[in-house]
Design a protein around this ligand. Structure first.
Ligand code: SF4
Length: 657
């Protein structure tokens, strides 16, 4: 006959933590009480009772000065409040995994979401979870119940909803829940809150039951997870549930060649040991106690460099305390958690989080294990970096350090060196200006032996620029409008970045008037609206238009004035055949010397002065040549008029723009 004990049999870390908390309180003195039995194990409860620990049935029974322990199942918010109001000292032993569910449902309810809980509505853990919901909340134990709730309430289809599970919920039923809910709902978010300890214990029990002729499940008859173990094992072979070794006498093991043993999360190691020893005596062919020691110590073997999983049980300012599932306690110093010294540790992890770690040092004398999350993440991160190198993929990261010859970028918890020549597509004078910037980069080289990588931001920028150029040339056409930034000015025009491609506005295109330099209209950094005037795809040249037809002064003039109109104009220049006067900005008209006065004018400056404003009549408009003729004389009384000709009559007789 062979007897095999499941490795996951016995106390889970949450129960272990709660029970130890009570035992640790006993030497501190005072009235120690637990709100309900600390675990579903009558032997442990009895032992505690003998040491003076009382059980309260309700929070109101607590008295000021009592030390009341909330068990690993947790309680609802109202119960905790009542307890505190009694004046008792509350010692919270809620398992961090359960506390995490409280946080999830509280946040979801505050966001107005409906909360669905997969679990037993009569279980204290579920009642505690319900008590942390601040809105609509339903509990479903079976698939039928869940489907009914989803259909009748519209949760997940009409209303936003979340689905969480009791930590000890059956994993197979949970998978059915998810599959069914996915078909019925589009607005349902799932949170797999089944505790790993439960999950592993159930899976291992199933495997063991499949390979055994008989299963023995050790645990309290009121323990939900023990019952679940019994239930899943029973599907594969005859299974018996015992609370203690004393019950083995009535168990018929005859004919069983392979016996499997597992135990619930609330079963202490000494009870498992007793059961195995008794079985050893019954079968008298194995030293099961030795086997138990072996079993209990296998997982606990820790050594430098071992990859382990730890559950966060405490967060201190400079370290995180983790349960490694071993007899030693794990510690992760702040600088082994994160590189970001500005972050506090509770921004990095929460109590109950399961994190991957590497063992740095085991101190058996002190019972401590120094671990590193950062190095573990970096190892996993390095694999990601290698993959990105092989696939030519673009990575994202943040520049964390300026070092000799370049910068370091943190990506996937791994630092990648970027040489100064590769940090940008232009020269960067001061690399410190790049600190804390989020960047995209490619890996150019990997040094496997040294575990180092060399990257380039420039490679990504160049690729992106080329892609933009291609896209531009595929879509550009004459007349298309763009918004761009003025990148540089020359004496003959302004260069504008149209999004990866530069175009030029010729100086004559910048204004309807005459310019001495483009800077009279635009400056470097200005964002301008332009349109494509002309294209040369082969030489990749683009001529841009800037000035708008609605700003054309001739059009403005023509829309406002006509022959016969009297306008006030400003004298701006003289010629020997007349004076030019500005009508509107950009449009000058000519007052011919014969149209200045009734009498003959020998010298224009005897009558007019530059800058002077005079009233004139528009006597002719020549749209073809864009010329305007003006007359002061036309505004004089006709009787006073006398034809007066200048000495230079055959000169021009029309104004010009
Ligand atoms: S949630 Fe898991 S670890 Fe916590 S008490 Fe329950 S079974 Fe144990």
């Amino acid at each position: 006959m062979t007897i095999r004990l499941a490795k996951s049999a016995g106390f889970c870390f949450g129960v272990n933590r709660a029970v130890n908390l009570v035992y640790d309180l006993i030497p501190t003195g005072g009235c120690i009480k637990t709100l309900g039995p600390i675990i579903h194990n009558p032997q442990v409860v009895e032992d505690l009772a003998q040491q003076g620990v009382e059980i309260l049935d309700s929070p109101e029974q607590a008295k000021a000065g009592d030390k009341v322990v909330i068990r690993s199942h947790g309680v609802d918010a109202a119960t905790e409040e009542v307890l505190r109001q009694t004046g008792a000292e509350v010692v919270d032993a809620t398992c961090p995994f359960v506390a995490k569910i409280h946080r999830i449902v509280r946040t979801a309810s505050q966001e107005g979401k409906t909360v669905l809980i997969a679990g037993n509505p009569d279980h204290p853990e579920v009642q505690g979870i319900v008590g942390h919901c601040q809105g609509e909340c339903y509990v479903a134990q079976s698939l039928q119940e869940l489907e009914k709730i989803l259909k009748e309430t519209g949760a997940g289809s009409v209303k936003n909803a979340i689905l969480v599970a009791q930590t000890t919920f059956n994993t197979e039923i949970w998978e059915n829940f998810i599959n069914s809910a996915k078909k019925l709902c589009t607005k349902l978010e799932f949170f797999d809150t089944i505790c790993n300890a439960t999950n592993q214990r159930q899976k291992e029990a199933i495997r063991l039951a499949q390979e055994s002729d008989r299963m023995i499940v050790i645990g309290g008859r009121h323990s939900s997870n023990t019952h679940k173990l019994y239930e899943v094992c029973s599907r594969y072979c005859p299974t018996v549930l015992v609370e203690t070794a004393g019950e083995l006498g009535t168990v018929d093991l005859s004919g069983a060649e392979r016996i499997g043993v597992t135990a619930g999360a609330s079963t202490p190691a000494h009870i498992i040991k007793e059961v195995l020893q008794t079985m050893s005596e019954i079968t008298s062919n194995e030293n099961f106690a030795e086997m138990l020691e072996q079993n209990l110590s296998d997982d606990a073997k820790l050594y430098t460099g071992k990859r382990v999983k730890g559950v966060v049980i405490d967060i201190r300012p400079n370290e995180v305390v983790v349960d490694l599932g071993a007899k030693q306690t794990g510690f992760v110093a702040k600088d082994e958690m994160t590189d970001n010294s500005d972050q506090s540790l509770d921004q990095v992890v929460s109590k109950g989080d399961e994190i991957n770690l590497i063992v740095l040092k085991v101190n058996d004398q002190e019972g401590t294990v120094a671990c590193s999350k950062k190095r573990c993440d970096a190892q996993a991160g390095y694999e990601e970096i290698k993959k990105a190198f092989e696939e030519g993929a673009v990575l994202e990261g943040v520049i964390t350090n300026v070092v000799k010859g370049g910068v370091l970028v943190l990506s996937h918890n791994t630092k990648v060196f970027i040489p100064a020549s590769q940090v940008s597509d232009h020269r960067v004078e001061d690399l410190n200006t790049m600190l804390k910037k989020e960047v995209r980069f490619k890996i150019l080289e990997i040094n496997e032996r040294r575990g180092r990588a060399l990257g380039s931001i420039r490679a990504v920028l160049n690729e992106e620029r080329k892609a933009k150029e291609e896209e531009f040339w595929n879509n550009v056409e004459v007349g298309k409008k763009y918004t761009g930034e003025v990148k540089s000015l020359t004496s003959y025009g302004a260069f504008v970045d149209l999004g990866g491609v530069d175009g030029m506005i010729h100086i004559t295109e910048l204004s309807w008037g005459k310019l001495k330099h483009p800077s009279e209209v635009v400056n470097v950094g200005d964002v301008v609206e332009v349109y494509v005037k002309d294209l040369d795809p082969e030489r990749r040249r683009i001529s841009l238009g800037y000035k708008k037809s609605e700003d054309n002064p001739w059009n403005i003039f023509m829309s406002k004035y006509q022959i016969g109109d009297v306008v006030k104009v400003k004298i701006v220049s003289f010629t020997n055949y007349g004076a030019f006067a500005t009508i509107i900005p950009g449009i000058d008209g000519l007052i011919h010397i014969s149209q200045i006065a009734n009498q003959r004018v020998e010298k224009i400056s005897d009558i007019l002065t530059l800058g002077e404003e005079v009233d004139v009549k528009i006597i002719d408009i020549n749209p073809e040549n864009k010329r305007v003729s003006l007359s002061m004389r036309a505004l004089l009384p006709e009787t006073d008029q006398k034809i007066v000709r200048s000495s230079d009559d055959n000169d021009e007789d029309e104004g010009e723009e």
